[in-house]
Design a protein around this ligand. Structure first.
Ligand code: ZN
Ligand code: MN
Length: 424
């Protein structure tokens, strides 16, 4: 019987704030000497008191609004209790029943909630004096983490892929995180079950240890195939990239296993209507809107508009270039940017326009004029012509150079003209 996959997603994104979520430590942890950005709060020492990071709250609200969520006027933090060596307090400060944002959407996918929590430390499995050990680095402990949870609304891997790329783009446009999966600043946990009748089944399998768009696809493909042949059990499984399979980690726990309760050291956070409106006004034009506007305003194809708006800095580059010189068509400028990404990296828009102009002038040179210059250069260089008769093509490069001193034309075209004359 044909069974349909039903997929939901939890995405964790590390916010790019300067300091951590509940203390003043630097939130930088990538490529930093282990355990140098720590204090009693993020080490979970007894008696240390957390103070929420205002910027992190602001950015969570910003993202929740950009995803069309309603913002709870009263929000609070809760303790999620569990034991693991990278969690020194024995609980994670997160949000349970009053998250900052609820009920949003991205495309046709409904978003259940957007909440704020703290990251854990990081375990490093290594060897010390010939012994296998696990070391703990607490630099990441307490870094602000926003979690975006969807409803189980995906019916194919393709939909998951599209959603993740769109979400990553929005986060980057907002400038609140690098959302870089290789560095772990964006982490994904899909849940997948198979349904024979389209109804949500009573079990789900949560997948961990996925750190690239490619692994999401591979892990989901594997699970769809595995769940077709194995009994349906609620559990957490980890993706093993070298084996190309998921392996069972634990039977899935339920919310009540975590003994959630309100964080007693942080009072509830009340957000005023004007604060929420203030954040709403900070939302920049988002990738999809920008692409739609580019099609309308600059008559670009949808494909070109999507390519340009993939990266905000590229889109800005394009718009600036279009403003500077209205004699070159936006379509022409867009083509240059899309086809020569590496070239434009070191240019400002005005420099790109100079390049485009030069190439346009070069192609506007009339053929008779080029013919004239080639003829003259050959007449003026009898030695080179002799050389050609003896040694062949080597000298052509020299003659092309002489022609280009007088006229800017594609060297290939010049070389062809020269060869025709030399052979005759
Ligand atoms: Zn700290
Ligand atoms: Mn979480």
């Amino acid at each position: 019987m044909k069974q349909q996959p039903i997929i939901g997603l939890e995405v964790h994104v590390e916010l790019a704030t300067k300091s951590k979520m509940f203390c003043g430590c630097s939130a930088e942890h990538f490529g930093v000497q282990p355990n140098t950005h720590t204090c009693p709060v993020c080490l979970g020492l007894p008696g240390a008191l957390p103070v929420p990071n205002e910027k992190a709250v602001e950015w969570t609200v910003l993202l929740a609004l950009a995803l069309g969520c309603r913002i709870n006027r009263v929000s609070k933090f809760d303790r999620k209790n569990y034991f693991y060596p990278d969690l020194p307090k024995g609980y994670q400060i997160t949000q349970y029943d009053q998250p900052f944002g609820e009920g949003g959407s991205l495309g046709k996918i409904r978003i259940r909630r957007v909440h704020l929590e703290e990251d854990t430390g990081k375990l490093q499995h290594t060897e010390v004096d010939g012994e296998k050990v696990a070391l703990v680095d607490f630099n990441r402990s307490g870094v602000p983490l926003v979690e975006i949870v969807t409803e189980p609304g995906f019916r194919s891997i393709e939909e998951v892929d599209q959603y993740l790329k769109a979400l990553q783009k929005i986060i980057r446009y907002l400038g609140i995180s690098s959302a870089d999966m290789e560095k772990g600043s964006m982490r994904l946990e899909p849940s997948i079950s198979l349904s024979a009748d389209g109804e949500l089944p009573a079990y789900r399998v949560e997948l961990k240890n996925i750190n690239s768009f490619r692994f999401v696809r591979r892990a989901l493909e594997y699970e769809i195939e595995r769940q077709q042949r194995e009994p349906h059990v609620q559990q957490t499984r980890g993706w093993n990239e070298s084996k190309g399979e998921t392996v069972p980690q634990r039977e899935k726990e339920e919310a009540h296993d975590y003994r959630y309760f309100p964080e007693p050291d942080i009072p509830p956070i009340k957000l005023t209507e004007s604060y929420i409106n203030e954040q709403r006004e900070k939302i920049p034009e988002l990738p999809q809107e920008k692409a739609t506007r580019f099609v309308k305003e600059f008559k670009l194809s949808e494909y070109d508009a999507l390519q340009l708006t993939d990266d905000k800095s590229e889109a800005d580059f394009f718009e600036e270039a279009v403003k500077i010189d209205t004699t070159i068509s936006p379509k022409h400028i867009a083509n240059w940017i899309i086809n020569r990404k590496n070239e434009i990296e070191n240019l400002v828009p005005a420099q790109l326009l100079v390049k485009i102009k030069q190439s346009q002038q070069a192609s506007e040179v009339n053929p008779g004029q080029l013919e004239e210059v080639v003829k003259r250069v050959i007449q003026e260089n009898p030695k080179a012509v002799e050389d050609y008769k003896k040694n062949g093509n080597q000298v052509v490069g020299f003659l092309v150079g002489q022609v280009r001193r007088q006229i800017q034309v594609n060297p290939k075209v010049i070389a062809e003209k020269i060869l025709i004359r030399l052979k005759s």
